[in-house]
Design a protein around this ligand. Structure first.
Ligand SMILES: Nc1ncnc2c1ncn2[C@@H]1O[C@H](COP(=O)(O)OP(=O)(O)OP(=O)(O)O)[C@@H](O)[C@H]1O
Length: 278
């Protein structure tokens, strides 16, 4: 098992905001975490990354308690894309991505530059290296941050250990092509033996790309299953409090979800502006 979350509880401001939660992530799997605003998704992935200490329970990475791993040991085993990243200094794109290699004194300058270039190419930003990060668009900045994460992780498996990527809303600022691009990168990473866990708000993307979806509701796991059976169970309608129509264009493995507005009068299909209804 690459990551094991064992009965963790996170307490903030005297209140339990997550838990108890238990789950395991194995090599070669892409898991998405979905759920309403405030359900505890970011809290869970911050605990998985070792950033937040649980009040109870523990997180093990490759069998070792994550709380006992030094930052440099953590950095070579897991890489984290946080929900928001601000860079206060006028760094170039190359410099931001190279921050990922800060602790890797074993890598010489040529190897570092090669890794930075490879990561930028993966996110479709070749040629952006000398530009100032602060002057990029929101979506470009998000892709630079993903490049930083890819640069840090390197190969999906090294020394027979699968690497873990933790991505908190990696597609929130991206256009549709780059959303698909980012999740394709995540899929390639797991197909090469790595592990990815991603928080996503887009249920269609989550269903299309993940092996497993975990639904969080009020700090606990409401469902944990492969996308097909999970969507069929109706749990998403219950947790989000909205009727949904599930389409199955490609069979169970690639369902698509549409919100169902049919009980609420004005639906997009019944718009007065459609020529057929004029
Ligand atoms: N440091 C904190 N102190 C007090 N409450 C907190 C703290 N951090 C998070 N919370 C609360 O814990 C709950 C879970 O927050 P979290 O950010 O994990 O939600 P989320 O599922 O990621 O939400 P979103 O979809 O809006 O990003 C929220 O109600 C939030 O207000």
């Amino acid at each position: 098992m690459v990551l094991a979350v064992e009965e963790i509880e996170i307490v903030a401001a005297g209140r339990r905001i997550l838990g108890p939660v238990s789950l395991e992530l194995g090599a070669g799997s892409l898991t998405t975490i979905v759920g309403p605003n405030g359900a505890g998704k970011s809290t869970l992935v911050r605990a998985m990354s070792g950033e937040l200490r649980p009040a109870r329970g523990r997180v093990r990475l490759h069998g070792r308690d994550i709380a006992g791993l030094a930052p440099a040991q953590l950095a070579t085993r897991r890489a984290v894309l946080p929900q928001a990243s601000t860079i206060a200094f006028p760094f170039t794109v190359n410099e931001v991505v190279a921050l990922a290699l800060g602790q890797r004194f074993d890598l010489d300058a040529a190897v570092r530059q090669r890794r930075v270039g490879k990561a930028l190419a993966a996110v479709d930003l070749s040629g952006f290296g000398d530009r100032l990060y602060q002057r990029l668009s929101g979506g470009e900045q998000q892709r630079v941050q993903l490049a930083r994460v890819l640069c840090q992780s390197g190969e999906p498996v090294e020394d027979a250990e699968a690497k873990l990527l933790i991505l908190d809303e990696p597609t929130s600022s991206l256009d549709i092509r780059h959303q698909v691009g980012v999740l394709t990168i995540a899929r390639r990473f797991v197909e090469a033996g790595g592990v990815v866990v991603a928080v996503l708000h887009d249920l269609n993307l989550a269903a299309a790309f993940s092996d497993r979806m975990i639904v969080l509701e009020a700090g606990t796991i409401a469902a944990d299953d492969a996308p097909g059976p999970l969507l069929a169970s109706g749990v998403l309608s219950k947790v989000f409090g909205i009727d949904m129509t599930i389409l199955h264009p490609g069979g169970w493995s690639r369902p698509a979800i549409l919100p169902d507005f049919s009980d609420h009068g004005d639906t997009p299909r019944k718009s007065r502006h459609l020529p057929s209804e004029a």
